[in-house]
Design a protein around this ligand. Structure first.
Ligand SMILES: Cc1ncc(COP(=O)(O)O)c(C=O)c1O
Length: 342
């Protein structure tokens, strides 16, 4: 099976499995798990932040970050195609009483600076106070676009001007760093907090990290406990995260190359629309005409290929460690054959 539905489908490597089995562990709620501590300090070092916190998922990392920056009735500005806005069950509102104000995302994952500035509320009896700007890098539903350090600086200046904080949903921040050929710390410098995932292209079975100042992480640690994310001998899973951060970052380039190859080849097939110039990391979106979307997905499945239809006629393919260039060629040939017969 060639599974292009998500990079979360990656299985742990053999060295991760070995490290998990023999990890040195302790009770992390008591602050006594040495492997978790090691992972948290490596995460802080990579993101250029004072300290970091291991959490079970990206969704929890984003939620506790917002809860730590904001109180009930505060407002956050975020992209209308952002993961927090669309796919996190409205947790910031449901659990934190925080009001999300979605602003239009451009195709490159940015939110225009003038839109952001106009979105900031000023003291008025009718308005919730704006506290936080949330950005996403890479931007999943904007074709995996990486946000640049220049854009981060511009948003940082705006946030400073109005006394706002920035939270970065960096679920795939290492893909952004590899694509832009910059250290992750350059992409996180202007953010007050960052969440990144180990469980996506980095291939760990589970886990994300939140990084920021020690005052912020103290609050986030308490919020993590409140939402049930305090883990005990979590070193077993942190051990896989250490391997992800130490050994599996550079190879993300292979996934980006495969994504570009796939986009460049399927763009030549009649009935497929894809803007290959927008493919910068491991995520491709394309549009199909001339064949019913469900029929396409079913026919692919019969050919041992899985893909996600995100909207009628719109598909997402995500490249990852378990899809080789040879398998990408098989995917291209299968697309050609199905659409040739449609
Ligand atoms: C951009 C982004 N943020 C956050 C998440 C949430 O991560 P998790 O599935 O670990 O909760 C995802 C998951 O796909 C994501 O793509």
């Amino acid at each position: 099976m060639i599974d292009l539905r998500s990079d979360t489908l990656t299985h742990p490597t053999q060295s991760m499995r070995d490290a998990m089995a023999y990890a040195e562990v302790g009770d992390d709620v008591f602050g006594e798990d040495p492997t978790v501590k090691k992972l948290e300090s490596l995460a802080a070092e990579k993101t250029g932040k004072e300290t970091a916190l291991f959490v079970p998922s990206g969704t929890m990392g984003n939620l506790i970050s917002v809860l730590s920056h904001c109180g009930r009735g505060d407002e956050i500005l975020l992209g209308d195609r952002s993961h927090i806005s669309l796919y996190e069950v409205g947790g910031v509102a449901a659990l934190g009483g925080v009001h999300p104000r979605p602003l239009r995302n451009n195709n490159d994952g940015t939110i225009s600076l003038d839109l952001l500035e106009k979105g900031i509320r000023h003291a008025d009896i009718h308005s919730p106070p704006t506290r936080l700007i949330c950005l996403e890098n890479t931007h999943n539903f904007c074709q995996g676009s990486p946000l640049t350090p220049e854009y981060m600086t511009q948003v940082g200046d705006l946030a400073n001007k109005y006394g706002l904080k920035i939270h970065l949903d960096g679920a795939r921040i290492f893909n952004a760093a590899v694509a832009l050929k910059v250290p992750v710390a350059e992409l996180t410098e202007k953010a007050d907090s960052i969440m990144f995932c180990l469980s996506k292209g980095l291939s760990a079975p589970v886990g994300s990290l939140v990084a920021g100042s020690s005052t912020f992480i103290d609050k986030a640690r308490k919020a993590r406990k409140m939402v049930g994310g305090g883990m005990r001998q979590a070193g077993h899973i942190a051990a896989a995260g250490l391997i992800a951060l130490n050994n599996l970052i550079d190879r993300l380039q292979e996934d980006h190359d495969n994504a570009k190859f796939l986009a460049s080849q399927i763009s030549k097939i009649d009935g497929i629309e894809v803007d290959e110039t927008r493919v910068k990391t491991n995520i491709i979106f394309f549009k199909l005409t001339g064949i019913d979307g469900e029929v396409f997905v079913d026919t692919l499945a019969k050919n041992q290929i899985k893909i996600l239809m995100t909207d009628p006629g719109i598909f997402r393919a995500v490249l990852h460690r378990e899809v080789s260039k040879e398998q990408v060629t098989t995917v291209i040939e299968t697309f050609r054959s199905i659409l040739g017969k449609a």
